[in-house]
Design a protein around this ligand. Sequence first.
Ligand code: GLU
Length: 570
Amino acid sequence: MPLRALLIGLVALLPLHAFAEGPAKPEARATHEMVSAANPYATDAGIAILREGGSAVDAAIAIQMVLTLVEPQSSGIGGGAFMLYYDGDTGKMTAFDGRETAPAAVDETLFLGPEGKPRLKSEAIPGGQSVGAPGVVRMLELAHKAHGKLPWAELIQPAIKLARDGFVVSPRLHYLLSVDPHLKKFPASAAYFYDDKGEPLAVGTVLKNPALARTLEQVAQDPESFYTGRIADDIARTVQQAPINPGKLTAADIAGYQARAREPVCPAFRVWKVCGMPPPSSGGVAVGQLLGILQGTGIKDDAPESAKAVNLFIEAERLVYADRATWLGDTDFVDAPVAGLLDPDYIARRRALIEPGKVMAEAPAGTPPGAPQAYRTVTPSEIPATSHFSIVDRWGDTLAMTTSVEAAFGSRMMVDGFILNNQLTDFSFAPTEDGRPVANRVEAGKRPLSSMSPTIVLDAQGRPVLAIGSPGGPLIISFVAKTILGVLDWNLSLQKAIELSNLVYYNDALILERDGAVWADKDALAAMGYTLKEGSMVSGLYGVMIHYDDGGRWLEGGADPRREGTVAGD
Ligand code: GLU
């Protein structure tokens, strides 16, 4: 039976409450190439590049430049990103790291107040102190040198044209402007995003960004010009002279930024390998641990969104978040036990802590093999923004990229037409706890721990079958794992898996997605001992599945209805 028919058959057998309600998106299919991204302008730019004979990396560059313009709340050239790339020719996978770095002049006291106590994150975000040296452009340049087919300059043109001609302000951009508490404190941002009366630009306004067009023209001629010269000087000056929280980022910090090509982590989940980012993201390790714990439970036989499945997922997730907060940090600076955390025996010991049908009183971090003795738990709270896109090109190159300015509109400061990140607030503010160092403490030149989880799943033959990822701060781990379970364990279509209810355990309560189908089993969840709360949990899962049959392959896209994105393919 063709896989497609099998999927439809299984889906029909599932109880009705298995699917999230809300604006269902059509399931997209294609044969040769596909793009799934969080904004229609970005999807259009990406598919146009693929049609011109560009590679997945070429399309990613065009998409990122357009996102800088049309989704300034989420990502851009003033931020950082992680890109996981599978080379269709060689079968080799690379984890490109474009995470921001801390300036040379800061130390672990960066986010401490006058009495030596950690400041409130909400107070540390706006202004210059939170801005790390941006990594997106150099990371894209590194990937383009290795895997680009079209000339760099050509890939920037769609964004330049759109910045000159204008784009239509979307409902999401308008909404985020209308609730933002800080943007208006910075003159360049106030002038760009609000009208003469101080009102946020209305939905449908055609917004032009000539400053960004000029910046991108320079980047098109020479990407290095972003890191040396006018743009770098403008970034450093804006950070140092910020009216709120002036920071210490210098032109030398920006010039010295290095993108890195790392080895992905590829833990096993049943017959598959789930490949993701190594540190400085916690994503690959955490998604791998979560699926690793779950594969030894009966979750595959439970209905999606049933109380039994939710219980197993949430208890496993609690154990994973505890390990993440304790053991992980930038491995260029700290000794994080990555292999130990993914060790199957260790994962089995963690799984044994879960009693099905019960809520653990506590879910402490474990002690994985190879763990240094010193670290102490501190969970940074992250405020979700960020964007994810997935691409498959006609050569079988497969790409998943998550890209971020951290909070919505990052530091809120605009330079030369783009937003500067606030990624440094992803560090733990407290350098020590109970006298022991915190793995994710601030250090000069270090990259803050991330949750971003661009993921590529390989089948038993080593072929890519899924590219996926999401925004959502620490919840990214849960959103991505949920989707992978949906397609691999529950045989849902990618679209249905994306639409499954989001959930998380936070502050001793189980937070269920508002209006999610998961509420149907709320009494059973309460009977297990959960305190139930509701939340909005806006994921932005954008993925492509690759199906192989009769020597050929076909592509299936999925786009999260919680954001504005689309899928396009040929
Ligand atoms: N700054 C977060 C991280 O790197 C991402 C924020 C978000 O997804 O909204 O994990």
